[in-house]
Design a binder for this molecule. Structure first.
Ligand code: FIX
Ligand code: ZN
Length: 421
């Protein structure tokens, strides 16, 4: 066993983090072959919906007038408000600073035009390579929607695959808004109707199979509102138990549930108008118990759900908690959530996903998470050493690889689906 007892544990974890390659298991990024769907650059960073919400706390401009502006005009407003008129201390604002700094730009100059010029001279290929390298990623998982016309046009044409951009099949409209999705499915040639008869279920299966064949996804996924429940019989209940979960079983795919988003509490804010609510982890437990042959990847948006999600995962090996999602992706809660998970689950979860919408964001989202992980994990290793254990560098590296990709890969593998049945 290679010991490294002279070097502080924080440094050893930091060194190991610099050497491993992370798998980012949920993002909203797209492969470069999907053209303008892959967002990058300073204006995209500034108009990120996290920053839009923060800027509107200061801006007086009417919502509709702001959203009618061009992207660079919106970016200018946000830059002025959040970076020039006030210090950019929020997590999302600091993220822009970390990103620019790590790319070799100097945000201290406060010169937006200079930054724009730098980006204008950059090629997308070099930018993908550099952002992945700075974040320490080997691959990201995209969010691929068969209900998005812009996206489906790329898949229907046949896409050049890039091994750094993996796929996940997103099915929110099917589960959450089936009534309004029927027309779209019929237009695409699937003979579906409101009642989930055997014929309709077969057609929905055919739809999912066609898309799974096209995309080869790692998992199916949905974001759920807080009121989502698997306790009382509802039409969503039936769609899940009769279509989606049997399909996942047949294909050996996990089902990812992102629990606790209330969409459009302020519709005027557009994408920035979503909020958070408390979810039912009892429903997650019910699903894990009633469908032991399915595997569930679960993250929760509300802070108050984090403890019960860990407890649920202690009870069900077909449940894999992941990530510090969105409003929980802030230092205070990353520290707290990782610590809760270490203390209740050891290392049997996936610690983070970036949810990046703009390529450049993988730099800060992963850098900031690594800062948190160095703190939380060094505390755990130190306590363990004080209790009479010794950790080698190889073991540190193994543990980090587990929580930053390998556990997820193992959970998704067919081998794991055989184990849970
Ligand atoms: O449902 C989701 O996948 C969410 O992550 C998004 O809807 C959300 O807008 C987001 O970007 C959060 O980080
Ligand atoms: Zn997301």
């Amino acid at each position: 066993m290679k010991k490294n007892l002279e070097v502080p544990i924080e440094t050893r974890i930091g060194n190991a983090l610099n050497q491993i390659e992370i798998l980012d298991i949920h993002t909203h990024l797209y492969a470069p072959s999907m053209g303008k769907m892959l967002l990058w650059g300073i204006d995209e960073l500034l108009v990120y919906h996290y920053l839009v919400a923060e800027a509107f706390r200061w801006m007086n401009i009417p919502y509709s007038k702001f959203f009618a502006l061009s992207k660079s005009e919106q970016a200018q407003y946000i830059w002025n408000e959040l970076f020039l008129h006030h210090s950019p201390i929020s997590e999302s604002c600091r993220g822009v600073i970390t990103t620019l700094n790590m790319l070799g730009l100097d945000p201290r100059k406060r010169d937006l035009e200079l930054i724009r010029k730098w980006y204008a001279e950059r090629s997308l290929e070099e930018h993908v390579d550099e952002t992945f390298a700075l974040a320490g990623l080997k691959a990201v998982v995209m969010t691929n929607s068969p209900f998005d016309r812009e996206e489906t046009s790329y898949w229907e044409k046949g896409l050049q695959q890039d091994p750094r951009f993996l796929t996940a099949l997103r099915i929110d409209p099917l589960l959450l808004d089936y009534g309004n999705t029927i027309a779209y499915l019929r237009e695409k040639g699937y003979n579906v109707a409101e009642a989930l008869t055997q014929e309709v279920r077969d057609e929905l299966f055919r739809f999912l199979s066609d898309w799974a064949d096209k995309l080869n996804p790692l998992y199916l996924m949905v974001s759920l509102p807080p009121e989502f429940s698997y306790q009382v019989e509802t039409s969503r209940h039936k769609m899940l138990s009769k279509v989606i979960l049997p399909f996942c079983r047949e294909r050996g795919l996990p089902f990812a549930m992102m629990c606790g988003v209330t969409r459009a509490v302020n519709p005027q804010l557009c994408l920035a108008g979503d909020s958070v609510g408390l979810s039912s982890i009892t429903s997650v437990e019910n699903l894990c118990r009633n469908f032991p042959e399915n595997r569930f990847l679960v993250t929760a948006l509300s802070r108050e759900n984090q403890h019960s999600l860990c407890v649920a995962a202690r009870k069900f090996r077909n449940l894999h908690p992941f990530g510090c999602w969105w409003f929980t992706n802030i230092p205070t809660l990353m520290d707290e959530i990782s610590t809760l998970r270490f203390e209740l689950l050891g290392l049997s979860f996936t610690a983070q996903h970036s949810d990046a919408r703009v390529l450049d964001q993988i730099i800060y989202k992963w850098t900031h998470f690594k800062e948190s992980l160095i703190l939380t994990l060094s505390e755990k290793y130190s306590a363990l050493e004080a209790s009479g254990w010794e950790i080698s560098d190889e073991e540190i590296s193994r543990d980090l690889q587990d929580i930053l990709g390998r556990n997820f890969e193992q959970f998704c593998s067919k081998e794991s689906s055989e184990k849970s049945s």
